[in-house]
Design a protein around this ligand. Structure first.
Ligand code: SAH
Length: 224
């Protein structure tokens, strides 16, 4: 899978993609993330990418031309399944959307900044808009990083235990059961006996039970 991220401040994401699971995904050739600095497509000798909004009002708006040129440049090189704009009023990101998007080949993610992008970008250049929550960030970069992380870990071979993403919360509309590791007792705090029993069918049953209990308690909406 290849993901191209267009941003006015790509440096914000660099470190994130160079470590841990994102790095592993890249090293294994499973996920290629390429960031593009929109300033490289800026207009005039100032490489301008934003301007005042028509009609007046505070805040700069990202211009359509640099974004159009950047997307066009990328589209010359390969076909894209989706051109996503990170936006607080987009579809709220969830595991289902991540599962779906993890199956496609190439994605462009556009990060807004300032007041956001000229509306014509959204009308004509974008195929999908995604929000990471009902709050406003100062830029789309953290949102893009969230999306790429959530997608990347679903690609077969990225996580060491391939099946482990399947047992995470929200897959099957359930919250994951609690997990424990050594020591079996710490300051009198004990690990549930069943997990030390070696009785795997019983352990499986216990985990399913806990999953269900947790979902009822924490996210009853998932069970509907
Ligand atoms: N004026 C806009 C907010 C702009 S915030 C409004 O009121 O809707 C600047 C940029 O940050 C946006 O263009 C978007 O790319 C990004 N952003 C802000 N909040 C976000 C969220 N919850 N999810 C995804 N991207 C977000």
């Amino acid at each position: 899978m290849r993901i191209d991220i267009i941003s006015a401040v790509p440096q914000l994401m660099d470190s994130f993609f160079q470590h841990s699971i994102m790095k592993r995904a890249n090293d294994r050739g499973l996920l290629e993330v390429v960031t593009h600095d929109l300033h490289a497509y800026g207009i005039n000798r100032y490489n301008q990418i934003d301007d005042y909004q028509f009609g007046g009002g505070a805040g700069m708006v990202m211009m359509i031309e640099p974004i159009d040129n950047c997307i066009a440049d990328l589209k010359k090189q390969r076909n894209y399944d989706e051109v996503i704009y990170m936006s607080p009023d987009g579809e709220l990101l969830n595991q289902k959307i991540c599962n779906q998007l993890s199956l496609v080949e190439n994605i462009i993610i556009l990060c807004g900044h300032y007041k956001g992008v000229d509306e014509r970008v959204r009308e004509h250049l974008i195929t999908r808009e995604i929000s990471i929550g009902d709050y406003v960030l100062s830029g789309g970069e953290l949102g893009a990083a969230v999306l790429v992380d959530a997608l990347g870990r679903l690609l077969p071979g990225v996580l060491n235990n391939e099946s482990s993403a399947l047992f995470d919360s929200f897959q099957d509309d359930l919250i994951a059961p609690p997990v424990y590791t050594r020591p079996a007792e710490y300051k009198g705090f004990k690990v549930p006996e069943i997990l030390l029993s070696g009785n795997f069918p019983k352990i499986e049953e216990w985990r399913n039970q806990k999953s269900l209990e947790r979902t009822k308690e924490k996210r009853p909406n998932l069970l509907k």
